[in-house]
Ligand binder design. Sequence first.
Ligand SMILES: Cc1cc2nc3c(=O)[nH]c(=O)nc-3n(C[C@H](O)[C@H](O)[C@H](O)COP(=O)(O)OP(=O)(O)OC[C@H]3O[C@@H](n4cnc5c(N)ncnc54)[C@H](O)[C@@H]3O)c2cc1C
Length: 386
Amino acid sequence: MIKTDVCIIGAGPSGASTSLTLSKMKIPHYIIDKSTFPRNKTCGDGLILYAYKALRLIDEGLFDKFLNHPKFIHSKNIKLHVNNNVDINFKESKDRNMVITYAKRFDFDDFLVKNISDKYASFDFGNGVKNITELKDGVLIKLKDGKEVLSKIVIGADGVNSIVSRKLAGNKLQKNLTSTFVNGYFKNVTNLSKTNEAEIRIIYKKIPLFFYIFPLSDGSVNISLGGNAKLILKHNINLIEQVESIIKNHPKVAYKFTNAIKIDSWRGWSIPYNFGKNKVYGNRFMLVGDAAGLTNPFYKEGVGTGMMSGIICAKSIEASLKNNDYSEDFLSTYSKNLKSEFGRLLKFSRLMLKATEFKFLFGSITYLLKNRIQTKATKIIKRKSY
Ligand SMILES: Cc1cc2nc3c(=O)[nH]c(=O)nc-3n(C[C@H](O)[C@H](O)[C@H](O)COP(=O)(O)OP(=O)(O)OC[C@H]3O[C@@H](n4cnc5c(N)ncnc54)[C@H](O)[C@@H]3O)c2cc1C
């Protein structure tokens, strides 16, 4: 049996950021992922706000490497189109470089993992966790290859279907606080903005659906469409039919796809935004990223929030090891720190998402308050970004 102080399950952006921060603190740990890297992950591939902040907090050198990575492209513009009537621009100020970066998760997650120190981290990739049980002297983690790991504390960084969340926290997926999305890559998409602007549309089809077009460094584009999981089920919405109809018929979209070729098949996945409604810590465990339901409900930032939660979590791990205290009571500070970082923004974003369900009202508010929304957004970008 392998014995360790800390075991991180999942090496996506949240787990990798926890590991990178622990390494910076010189804390040895074990990190497991069922995949080997590089691997694909269903995502829009857009990095914003917290991704920049987290990279800089982890290491300025890592941020520099990210800025100069040949496969990542940066843009100063995001445009949100509300039902064809209102366009809202989210721009960086002239003295700053970017508001969004496009990086395929295949490359970005690998970039993070490659920068994890092998001095402090022991890697076990391509080996899924089959079971987890809390024992008196630690958490016992059983892996697919039969290996067993006993850890004083375990970090659930294993995404939306987290085994740590289910087994140790007893959480269940809350469909009303989850989005369902489909996503695919296309080439030969034309008439895209010269500034690599991110195109985001709220399109009404019985329910509000969010449609994203993000350009990538290899000339392909990433297309995503989705909405609230419960409403999609209730209204029997077929997301693949809807997205194919949008790129074929939507007056502001279809002309870009006249000669487009789909590179791979559509993939579906869930985006959880139930932070505050589920348990994110307990005796000997903490959850980060999607496992903690930390995606932004409105604009779906999950990579950056996940990375930031990994940094916050590493600080709690350090305190726990120092005090030799892994109790639920001691780890409650983690939840308080998450709330103070994300609480207000995620609550506000959940309200905004709810407001989109009222098509006329939401359209009128965004029309009337367009300038105020843009000014407020610029302030948020400055505060939560780099
Ligand atoms: C269609 C779509 C579009 C999105 N677009 C964006 C976007 O543009 N920008 C953005 O910021 N966010 C976006 N998101 C959200 C984002 O993808 C997630 O929030 C983000 O991946 C969360 O990172 P994570 O590290 O917490 O989890 P994940 O990235 O899911 O990583 C979890 C890791 O755990 C591993 N794992 C899982 N189970 C086990 C197990 N039992 N044993 C061992 N390992 C395990 C997995 O292999 C994986 O590597 C999108 C999501 C979807 C579905």
